[in-house]
Design a protein around this ligand. Structure first.
Ligand SMILES: CC(C)(COP(=O)(O)OP(=O)(O)OC[C@H]1O[C@@H](n2cnc3c(N)ncnc32)[C@H](O)[C@@H]1OP(=O)(O)O)[C@@H](O)C(=O)NCCC(=O)NCCS
Length: 310
């Protein structure tokens, strides 16, 4: 008899070990497991980030991360199940375990009030389309340091959580496209992730939040150091001067860290700044979980920032 339930400590470790070759991000297995364990146990994870699996007795058949998110589409609020890191152990693949787990997780969340489910696929779109998900337009932008303004960073300081929350909330596009809320939890969880990642990498705390201010306004960005680039997870500003100051600050961070480009997803105020190209992975997909709920049509634009890919 199969059942869906949360993973215990030892089951979590087995899951982390399984996904390490895929999503380990260059960390050794031990460091990756310690990182994932600390994140799962962090108070920021709370009730809104769970590790669940499909079991047959005590045997783990497939596992995933389930996020409890908020969002809007067509101006209507949505409770959203975020699906992440779907994994079946290699020897158990192609027997429908992942499909069954997703179906049960979706039914369970729908019965508890979820309106929609969202995921970012690394295996194309066909598999998840068969489960009722629709592909959304998925693009990314990269900009070289030479594309960023040189001056403007008058007053740059590390950003705090409250400042990031306030500016990001203000910058939401509200154009009817599907978007995920920046409620305090999402930022807090992502900040915890960045701190734990820095710790796992054994580096001193990097700059993950940047705040700037000039006479006319303020701006802030949340960033992550990737191997070859700096990922701008989200950014917002209240004036063009503050935007340029923020971009100039990002340029300085690039130069100082020996990286050459920034990467971001075009959304909210970040849309239209740099040319956007279709991206090959983390393809955004959404599924309505009950009749009558409005979610984007196939191929529609979505206002999702890199930060939403938690
Ligand atoms: C993807 C994965 C979870 C599927 O688990 P599973 O229990 O074998 O899934 P199911 O039995 O329900 O479905 C198997 C189908 O998944 C699809 N699939 C699996 N891997 C795929 C890939 N890399 N690209 C495209 N489709 C893929 C195929 O349609 C496959 O059927 P087929 O081999 O007969 O064509 C599993 O292969 C896995 O853990 N892969 C590594 C982690 C990963 O990439 N996860 C997905 C992240 S978005």
């Amino acid at each position: 008899m199969e059942e869906l339930r949360e993973l215990s400590g030892a089951e979590r470790d087995a899951y982390f070990r399984g996904v390490h070759p895929i999503w380990g991000g260059g960390l050794s297995e031990d460091r990756f497991i310690a990182f994932q364990r600390r994140l799962a146990e962090a108070c920021e994870a709370g009730e809104r980030h769970r590790l669940i699996g499909l079991f047959e007795g005590s045997r783990l058949l497939a596992a995933m991360k389930a996020y409890d998110l908020r969002g809007t589409c067509a101006g209507k609020p949505l409770n959203i199940l975020g699906v992440g890191a779907v994994f079946t152990p290699p020897v158990l693949r192609r027997r429908g375990h992942a499909r069954r787990m997703l179906e049960l997780a979706i039914a369970d969340h729908a019965s508890r009030g979820a309106d929609a489910a969202i995921l970012f696929s690394d295996i194309g779109t066909a598999y998840y389309q068969r489960l009722g998900f629709r592909p959304l337009r998925s693009e990314e932008c990269t900009a070289d340091s030479s594309d960023l303004p040189r001056s403007g960073a008058q007053d740059a300081v590390p950003a705090d959580e409250a400042g990031l929350t306030r500016l990001f909330a203000r910058s939401r596009a509200n154009n009817g496209d599907l978007t995920l809320a920046r409620d305090g939890w999402v930022l807090r969880f992502q900040l915890r992730r960045l701190r734990e990642l820095a710790r796992a990498r054994g580096v001193a705390e990097p700059e993950w939040g940047i705040a700037v201010r000039d006479q006319g306004g303020e701006g802030a960005a949340m960033v992550r150091m990737a191997r070859d680039a700096i990922d701008v997870l989200d950014a917002a500003w209240t004036s063009e001067g503050a935007r340029d100051a923020l971009l100039a600050r990002l340029r300085e961070v690039l130069v100082r860290s020996g990286r050459h480009r920034i990467r971001l997803w075009p959304s909210h105020q970040l849309r239209g700044l740099f040319p956007a190209h279709p991206r090959a992975s983390a393809l955004a997909m959404v599924a309505p979980l009950r009749p009558g709920v409005v979610v984007s049509a196939s191929g529609a634009r979505a206002d999702l920032a890199l930060l939403d890919h938690i």
